[in-house]
Design a protein around this ligand. Structure first.
Ligand code: NAP
Length: 258
């Protein structure tokens, strides 16, 4: 696939899935702005891409801050000229039973996972509509489609992100733009390492036992790689994927057979 005339902003591109998405889009030829809060991380990812001959710039942005998001649009547009692809991969996870879940944890989950997705989409959408071509890919989760124990804040905020994706898809359908969600199961990133840490802390089981409990949630009994998720994101950016709109594409090895 050639994305040589395309430019992308990857939010949450400093590590994990976002970093793999940034690389996949860059290797397809797109210019990339890598955004997240931690400057060293986004600089490292962008420098790695540039070292391999790709066009890439880091821009610091906290997606919970509307001013940061507006500044990101301005800087990204200066670097890239126009933004055709937005990948919302910023996310945070936490766990607590509902009776112990704090309002702060609930609000923080929504601020990043749902409101951040809304703010970034709203900010970049006008230029996609103006050019009559655009791809919005929200990295959500199977937790956005199902409920399970101890993840109410994460799961509810991811359900919100999927609902939002579907509404955006309905609005942009006639304008050359698509909006889709990619919904992985557990991926081998820092987020999953932290989930394992929380299981160990809460239950006293070993790290191996905590990992085993996680693997029991997938029929393939493995963690997915960030590159697998990036592959699906990249596919959605293809011209020939323009018919795929408003979908929540599950990447969990067949755990959720909906
Ligand atoms: P990760 O390794 O923890 O990376 C998360 C990224 O989001 C980092 O770049 C982080 O950078 C950024 N981020 C967090 N809060 C932010 C904020 N307020 N503003 C801007 N950037 C922010 O996690 P990951 O596994 O790659 O997850 C990426 C996405 O996939 C998330 O939405 C996650 O919910 C989803 N997902 C993950 C899994 C999994 O098993 N790992 C499964 C399904 C879905 P800074 O901290 O530097 O800002």
């Amino acid at each position: 696939m050639a994305l040589t005339d395309r430019n992308a902003v990857v939010i949450g591109g400093g590590r994990g899935i976002g970093a793999a998405v940034a690389r996949a889009l860059a290797e397809a030829g797109a210019g990339i702005v890598v955004a997240a809060r931690t400057v060293e991380a986004i600089e490292r990812v962008a420098a790695g891409l540039r070292a391999d001959g790709h066009r890439a710039w880091p821009v610091r942005c906290d997606v919970t801050d509307p001013h940061d998001v507006q500044a990101l649009v301005k800087t990204a547009t200066e670097y890239l000229d126009h933004v055709d692809i937005l990948v919302n991969s910023a996310g945070i996870a936490s766990s607590a039973p509902v009776h112990k879940l704090t309002l702060e944890e609930w609000n923080t989950s929504f601020a990043v996972n749902a409101t951040g997705t809304f703010l970034c989409t709203q900010a970049f959408l006008p230029q996609m509509l103006a050019s009559k071509w655009g791809r919005i890919v929200n990295v959500v989760s199977v937790a956005g489609l199902t409920g399970s124990r101890y993840v109410a804040a994460y799961s509810a905020s991811k359900h919100a992100a999927i609902g939002f994706t579907r509404c955006v898809a309905a609005e942009v359908a006639a304008h050359g733009v698509t909006a889709n969600a990619v919904c992985p199961g557990f991926v081998d990133t820092d987020m999953t390492t932290e989930s394992i840490d929380r299981i160990v802390d809460a239950t006293g089981v070993s790290r191996d036992q905590a990992l085993e409990a996680i693997l029991e949630t997938t029929p393939q009994r493995r963690l997915f790689t960030p590159e697998e998720v990036a592959h699906t994101v990249l596919a959605l950016c293809d011209d020939n994927s323009r018919g795929i709109n408003g979908q929540a594409i599950v990447l969990d090895g067949g755990g959720l057979l909906a």
